[in-house]
Design a protein around this ligand. Structure first.
Ligand code: NDP
Length: 513
């Protein structure tokens, strides 16, 4: 345990009534808020303050089947898929307005359930609203192609039809943001959905349900289940009435979901883990690069698939650069997620904190060098882990290639860009990476050779609804966001037409007998 005085720790204040009153909800199936058929409740306690923050009806397999049935019937009825793009777009815009009108409530609930700093939660809800509005523009622009080059008596066209019923399974680290990377695009395409947020952080997803009806989403188009992935995952991934599964979470669960879904050839989209490198060249903008490394690893307490969890530093500057990262890390405020200026809140749950501590212990066992932190911070409540930096001499060591998902930076050195790129590509993941250099050749070489869905040059973890997001290798399948994201939720149909009389018969009376 680490003494809070040894880190930049911000203690807790007494909570206000609004902050301490738990959010409660039932399931949302076929346009109604209903109890789960087991009658059981799930409870979420704040990972910072320890009090009850959310209490929810718990869905079981029977509820999942009811939700799938509702989504299927809603899709087949055409109540949503037959609307014009303009109608769907207007409803998505109303949903965005509805979220915006309750921005502070959404942000507080998100912060309370995840432990993330309130200001960050607010930024994420604002970002999510922007994504809903962006998806609304795509609803009006979805179209196919026509082919006029098939001969004088042929015309071909492709149309994009909504895929059908989509199961959306989301994780606990960015509950509303990740939901917003999936659901509005599925709706823009004309699909219906069953959504299952992580049980630990269901609040903002079910809160959305309270907006859908007034925005004009017909019953059954969106159904929200709260409950464990082990129970609900199988029907959501295997039921023949589901056409697609979109999942964000760990690579291991993603593999299981993909295997289940592939048995009935459902379309799958997977956003999985990462072990994302930031490459620091000697000619980098020093201050900006140090700041980006600190931001990259501690943002969301490192519980982030995009976390810059590996820094690869040119050996000529490594000692000084890492010393600067250590000093800046000491300035990072950790603790009370409701306090101004706090950047790092608690870990999501006790078991996960223990896992992260286990990785730190393993690193020390393997001879890696702990430069900062490495311990839990002593406090009456709250699962706080001190910002941690570990320098490793061996890129084969466990902390250099496994996703730790905590505020733990792994530092490695390299001698030239080729070696840096080889280290960057040496894990099973390929989600994102960055390079810091003023030399355009270095930057473009790295961006071409690194196997990752996103490469940032002299910046880190920027994101825009316009730009696709997703991973190479075991970091995922498919892309979210961007103008093509809505197409992920469509099926292409080819329509071929003949003009005029048909002259070339396959069998003709003039054929030799
Ligand atoms: P999971 O992959 O277990 O959880 C993600 C989602 O999948 C949750 O909604 C979860 O539900 C659900 N789920 C769990 N088991 C199944 C299943 N058998 N079938 C279908 N869905 C299932 O991640 P964890 O929450 O356990 O986190 C573990 C690790 O995953 C982290 O340490 C991190 O490495 C990684 N992770 C990566 C994320 C990313 O953004 N890439 C996000 C979150 C985690 P429920 O939790 O309610 O049971």
């Amino acid at each position: 345990m680490m003494n809070p005085n040894d880190v930049n720790f911000v203690s807790h204040n007494a909570l206000t009534e609004a902050q301490s009153t738990p959010f409660q909800s039932k399931l949302y199936i076929n346009g109604c808020f209903c109890e789960g058929s087991s009658g059981e409740l799930s409870s979420r306690y704040s990972p910072a303050f320890g009090h009850l923050v959310g209490q929810y009806a718990q869905a079981n397999e029977a509820d999942a089947l009811t939700a799938i049935d509702a989504a299927r019937k809603a899709f087949d009825s055409g109540v949503w898929s037959d609307k014009t793009g303009a109608e769907r777009s207007n409803i998505l815009l109303k949903i965005a307005d509805g979220i915006e009108s309750q921005l502070e409530e959404f942000a507080l609930l998100e912060s309370m359930e995840t432990g993330k700093p309130l200001q960050q939660a607010q930024d994420e809800i604002v970002g999510s609203i922007d994504i809903w509005r962006y998806a609304a523009t795509l609803a009006r622009n979805l179209h196919g192609d026509t082919y006029h080059n098939l001969g004088s008596n042929k015309v071909g066209m492709t149309v994009r039809e909504p895929l059908g019923v989509v199961s959306c399974i989301t994780p606990w680290n960015f509950p509303f943001l990740i939901l917003s990377q999936k659901l509005p695009f599925a709706l823009a395409a004309g699909c219906t959905a069953i959504v299952k947020p992580a049980e630990l952080t269901s609040g903002t997803t079910i809160k959305l349900a309270m907006i859908l009806e007034s925005a004009g989403v017909p019953a059954g188009v969106v159904n929200i289940l709260i409950g464990s992935g082990r129970t609900l995952g199988a029907p959501m991934a295997t039921d023949p009435r589901v056409d697609m599964v979109t999942f964000t979470g760990s690579t291991s669960v993603g593999q299981r979901v993909a295997a289940q879904a592939s048995q009935s050839m459902k379309k799958i989209s997977m956003e999985l883990g990462g072990k994302n490198p930031q490459i620091i060249m000697p000619d980098c903008d020093w201050e900006a690069a140090v700041d980006a490394v600190v931001f990259g690893v501690y943002f969301n307490a490192g519980e982030c698939c995009n976390s810059g969890s590996r820094v690869l530093v040119h050996e000529s500057i490594a000692d000084d650069f890492l010393a600067a990262v250590v000093e800046k890390s000491k300035l990072v405020k950790v603790g009370n997620p409701l306090a101004d200026g706090v950047r790092v809140g608690p870990m999501i749950h006790e078991g996960h904190l223990d896992e992260v501590l286990g990785y730190i212990a393993k690193a020390e066992e393997q001879g890696d060098n702990l430069l900062l932190g490495g311990q839990r911070i002593e406090h009456d409540t709250g699962l706080y882990l001190a910002p941690t930096i570990i320098r490793s001499a061996n890129s084969g060591n466990v902390i250099c290639h496994e996703e730790i998902f905590g505020p733990v930076l792994t530092a490695l050195t390299f001698t030239d860009l080729d070696e840096a790129i080889a280290i960057a590509n040496s894990t099973e993941f390929g989600l994102s990476a960055s390079i810091w250099s003023k030399d355009i050749d270095n930057c473009l070489t790295a961006s071409k050779k690194i196997q990752a869905g996103t490469v940032w040059i002299n910046t880190f973890m920027d994101g825009f609804p316009e730009l696709p997001f997703g991973g190479y290798k075991q970091s995922g399948l498919g892309r979210e966001l961007g103008r093509l994201s809505v197409e992920e939720y469509t099926e292409i149909k080819t329509i071929q037409m003949h003009i005029g009389e048909r002259t070339a018969m396959w069998v003709s009376s003039a054929d030799p007998s």
